[in-house]
Design a protein around this ligand. Sequence first.
Ligand code: NAP
Length: 290
Amino acid sequence: MKKVGFIGAGIMGRPMAANLLKGGLELYVWNRTRDKCNDLIAAGAKWGESPAFLARECDVTFSMLADPAASVDVCFGLDGVVTGIGEGRGYIEMSTIDPGTARRIADAVTKAGGRFLEAPVSGSKKPAEEGTLIIMAAGDRSLYDEVEKAFGMMGKMSLYLGEVGRGAQMKLCVNLVMGGMMAAFCEGLALASRIGLDLRDMLNILDAGAMSNPMFRMKGGLVLSNDFPVAFPLKHMQKDLRLALLLADEAGQSLPATAVVNELFKKARGQNLGDLDFAALWRVTKESGH
Ligand code: NAP
């Protein structure tokens, strides 16, 4: 595999594509908003005129898009991946989407003669820049074996989880934990703040004990400054909670705490916090008093 395509130059897609370029691969890029590819093109990537063009020209094409609707548009829309992909070509969907959409894309790609992998990631903007993502792949095993080296350029760990749908399922189970952690973190800090405790003391205490984790450490600083430059958009966290609840509904699993956490994130979206980092949930919990 020498020639690769990358669709989606958002917060995650841009640095992931840049790492493929740094790894020595010939890279074609496409994004709905072309300007976001300028840095990649300046660094040596080539502009591809459509998702279909990338799927046709490149041995393997990766995508990193907002949500299931974006993934469907890029695959099945005008000049979409499915119209370009053919025998011997690979398509790797790295966006966080639901297992049903992943299967629908897999079916269309394989019917057109291509091979498909889903490969959602854990890790945010910084791990994407540093090439230290965790990649949860599932689908065509031969394609996985071929792209393991490329996964190594973007991530510090990749797992092969089986048939299509297993990657999306794993990613949604992992992210509902993250959403719940953020909600508990913000509520604990909100109560501490309301009763006049020092938030720095509380963050230090959390960090010294069994609940210490990189997320609380990083996001604690944002809470203290009440400034939330985006790494993981709050609207995407809420999308992941919604998809996790749908998955749980289909599986017959009750998730009462996650349902409440989802409502909190919906409230935050309603307050126009969707494009900030998901730690901006703090503003909702902080203002919830009586
Ligand atoms: P982002 O910055 O919002 O980028 C979204 C991308 O999707 C952009 O390239 C956008 O194009 C494209 N897009 C949206 N709707 C589209 C449509 N209808 N047709 C074509 N393209 C469309 O998001 P991100 O943070 O990079 O996240 C990408 C995916 O990774 C999401 O599924 C997210 O849940 C997941 N993820 C994110 C993080 C994180 O920390 N950020 C971590 C792990 C996983 P435009 O530029 O034209 O808007």
